[in-house]
Design a protein around this ligand. Structure first.
Ligand SMILES: *Cc1c(COP(=O)(O)O)cnc(C)c1O
Length: 498
């Protein structure tokens, strides 16, 4: 493809992307294809002779789009939002255009320095203190591919520091501390690094947040049996229910264990720190006072197209000491003189994508105000959703709604004599809610929500935050949920002894 052919294909691509967004509402939210649809449709090897680009581009429309689940659809309420924007999309396009792996400052000074700048902008946007900012020269922020990769990086740094400070510790005794509500990223880090993971129990009466006393008890128990917990992964906004650990209590307990690293995973909820009114809820003061690292994903609720996960550390040396690889061919005089940041030593790979560009585009185009307005809109829409759930006698909220996430479930039908607290009652409730989720998944061309399990209870999650979701979408989603429930409960009551 030459420049003129690219110009033509590029204009066409933008036109088609605009059409895609204009017609998004009419598309099924969840892809309706069957497993293997694409494997059957495509040849088993690459073409021997190059093909016309027109044909290739048409096949995107014909073969790929039907197999896409539309995360940008206004009726997407599953998992968590990926609120992407045209600004972010254009950032990725320009970033691709200079295609470069930017592993050192010299490999493309703009990429490194823009990353330093946008990570400081975002730290300020979220209220993170100077200690986490690049201009401090001590701490700093770096963009990771995902929160999961970010945690692996942090565990590597925490492990190296722990072993330096505790030379007698054996690798097989090291333990990563998480809770039963921690995202699977904790387990993943343990698997990748060959380390044990202990998931501490959290209680319903604490809204599924980890308390200091429970952490202390676990630490004492593990130390007594020769285990070496070396990192605590706390969460602000768990995936199951948006729970927030007791960050200050955890910080106070960890004062007695200075070689244990304290990481705060706020992959989904962290971007809400942009609004001062949510900072007390999200325990910003404790993050600034105690945490050694903090993560939030721009690519969830934060208006930046996947992927862009923000990671800030209090002491960049911890990363560099653990991850520095500078063979002769990567040495530069700027690095040797200590004048520049070389981000290859702050993440897992060598090369890295130029992701700061899309964050820069988004933050400039939205401004702090626009970013805050987006977050507030999600929280307001969730308040509206909550009022709808509360107004319906057939449903109940399972946990206190968290920002733009609600966890709810269907109650037992009024004809039921079972107590919801009895084992039979719980089993019946779980059955009922599983059936509702299944029933809703039949209608997943209209809305998409997902279920979860909280202390043995099957619940439904309603996660708001897609950039195009408005009140009317929430209203319609709720109507559909109620309608499915009515149909389903009728059936269910016929088939079950209640
Ligand atoms: C989504 C999420 C993750 C995982 O994020 P990735 O960037 O996909 O790794 C981890 N923790 C929490 C709390 C999340 O919401």
């Amino acid at each position: 493809m030459d420049i003129e052919a690219f110009r033509k294909a590029g204009y066409q691509a933008i036109d088609r992307i605009c059409d895609y967004y204009a017609s998004l509402q009419e598309r099924p939210v969840v892809s309706q294809v069957q497993p293997g649809y694409l494997l059957d449709a495509l040849p088993s090897s690459a073409p021997e002779h190059g093909e016309q680009f027109d044909l290739i581009a048409d096949d995107f429309q014909k073969l790929i789009l039907p197999g896409i689940t539309h995360w940008q659809h206004p009726n997407f309420f599953a998992y968590f939002p990926t609120a992407s924007t045209f600004e972010g999309l254009l950032g990725d396009l320009y970033s691709s255009s200079v295609a470069n792996p930017t592993f050192s400052w010299l490999a493309s000074p703009a990429c490194t320095e823009l990353e330093q700048v946008v990570m400081d902008w975002s730290a300020k946007l979220f209220g993170l203190g100077d200690q986490f900012q690049n201009h401090s020269g001590v701490g700093g922020g770096v963009i990771q591919t995902t929160a999961s990769e970010g945690l692996i990086v942090i565990c590597v740094a925490a492990r190296a520091r722990y072993l330096r400070q505790n030379p007698d510790a054996k690798l097989e005794d090291l333990v990563i501390y998480t809770t039963t509500q921690t995202h699977s990223l904790g387990v993943k880090a343990g698997l990748v690094l060959g380390l044990q993971v202990r998931a501490l129990e959290v209680k319903k009466e604490n809204e599924y947040g980890l308390r200091g006393e429970d952490l202390r008890a676990a630490l004492e128990e593990d130390h007594a049996r020769g285990k070496r917990p070396f990192i605590v992964v706390a969460t602000v906004g768990t995936t199951n229910s948006g729970a927030i650990d007791y960050l200050e209590e955890i910080g106070e307990v960890l004062k007695a264990y200075p070689s244990i690293w304290y990481h705060v995973d706020a992959a989904w909820a962290g971007v809400a720190l942009a609004c001062p009114e949510f900072r007390p809820l999200e325990k910003l003061d404790a993050i600034n006072q105690y945490a050694e690292s903090f993560c939030t994903n721009f690519h969830k609720w934060g208006l930046v197209n996947f992927d862009a996960s923000g990671l800030w550390v209090r002491n960049r040396r911890d990363l560099i000491d653990a991850l520095d690889v500078t063979p002769e061919y990567l040495r530069t005089k700027q690095h040797d003189a200590g004048l520049v940041v070389d981000y290859r030593n702050w993440h897992l790979g060598l090369g890295r994508r130029f992701r700061s560009l899309k964050i820069w585009f988004v933050l400039r185009s939205y401004g702090v105000e626009g970013f805050q307005a987006h977050i507030r809109k999600g929280v307001e829409l969730n308040k509206h959703f909550v009022s709808l759930v509360r107004a319906s006698p057939d449903f109940e909220l399972v946990t206190t709604p968290s920002l733009a996430l609600s966890v709810f479930r269907l109650r037992l039908p009024s004809t039921s004599t079972l107590s919801p607290d009895s084992a039979e009652g719980l089993a019946a409730l779980n059955d009922l809610n599983r059936a509702l989720n299944l029933r809703l998944s039949v209608d997943n061309d209209k809305i998409f929500i997902t279920q979860t399990m909280l202390n043995g209870m099957i619940c439904l999650r309603f996660a708001i935050g897609a950039q195009r979701t408005e009140k009317e979408h929430v209203d319609r989603a709720w109507d559909l949920i109620k309608q499915c429930a009515t149909e389903m409960v009728g059936e269910w009551t016929k088939n079950h002894q209640v």
